[in-house]
Design a protein around this ligand. Structure first.
Ligand SMILES: Nc1ncnc2c1ncn2[C@@H]1O[C@H](COP(=O)(O)OP(=O)(O)OP(=O)(O)O)[C@@H](O)[C@H]1O
Ligand SMILES: [Mg+2]
Length: 237
């Protein structure tokens, strides 16, 4: 479904993503990990069309999307969340979903929105003011809901679990576990916590200084000495 081939993103002299090749299939749930500044969010930005890669190729369902604008990529089925929740101000939860869905699909499907509200546990908060009347867990759930409202076949989740307290996190993880099967989406999820990633993802890819240094089953990847070094910060010392 998604195929990255030697993808690089440079900001001036900084190579944030360095010759990354990665495939994510429609049946895949892949964890994307790596230290702060490793290039994870930048990789998401390149896939969703928010930044322009300096070199390399991106294809989605067999077609190059390198020159496809962001809203078109959304319409092709690439959904994403943002690391910092970005609810649209002045709008209710439901209105946020309607705007996101119109952007991502070109039309509004109320049934899908109700289904997504239900699934993300936001049904009874649908008429709340998104920017001021939601707790952090609900804001994070709204990020996922906005992405789901656009009928994605690939979902890019950027640290949707970060900052949640234990109970909220456990509930949220339960939801993420059901996501793949319920909505038939391939998932690429950025998350720092190794235990969480191991519980959610049969496969994990590791970025360090923009480069993909491992891609495989969590138990093997997290025992890889290069990965351990990148995680303990030795590589950054
Ligand atoms: N728009 C930009 N302009 C210049 N530099 C940028 C830009 N976006 C990201 N960077 C730089 O690219 C590098 C990778 O950043 P990125 O946000 O992708 O890392 P990350 O792996 O998501 O980190 P974190 O775990 O902290 O979210 C960092 O050095 C960052 O400062
Ligand atoms: Mg990031």
């Amino acid at each position: 479904m998604l195929e990255l081939d030697n993808l690089s993103v440079r900001f001036g002299g900084l190579t944030a993503v360095n010759t990354v090749s990665l495939k994510v299939g429609s049946e895949d749930v892949v964890g994307l990990v790596g230290p702060n500044g490793a290039g994870k969010t930048t990789l998401f930005n390149a896939i969703s069309g928010l930044v322009r890669p300096s070199s390399g190729a991106i294809s989605f369902h067999g077609k190059s999307i390198l020159r496809t604008p962001m809203h078109q990529r959304a319409r092709l089925g690439i959904g994403r969340t943002f690391q910092i929740p970005q609810p649209m101000h002045e709008l209710t939860v439901r209105e946020n979903l309607i705007v996101a869905q119109r952007f991502g699909t070109g039309k509004v499907n109320e049934r899908r929105i109700d289904e997504v509200l239900d699934f993300t546990g936001l049904a009874d908060k649908a008429e709340r003011h998104a920017a001021t009347e939601l707790a952090l867990t609900e804001l994070k759930a709204l990020e996922v809901a906005k992405a789901l409202a656009t009928n994605p076949s690939l979902l890019l989740l950027d640290e949707v679990l970060a900052g949640l307290e234990t109970h909220g996190k456990r509930r949220f993880m339960g939801m993420l576990k059901d996501l793949h099967a319920r909505f038939k989406v391939g998932i690429l999820i950025i998350e720092h916590d190794i235990e969480t990633i191991s519980a959610l993802c049969p496969r994990v890819a590791v970025l360090n200084f923009g480069q993909l240094i491992a891609d495989g089953a969590p138990d093997a990847v997290f025992r890889d000495p290069e990965v351990v070094r990148s995680y303990t910060g030795a590589a950054h010392a």
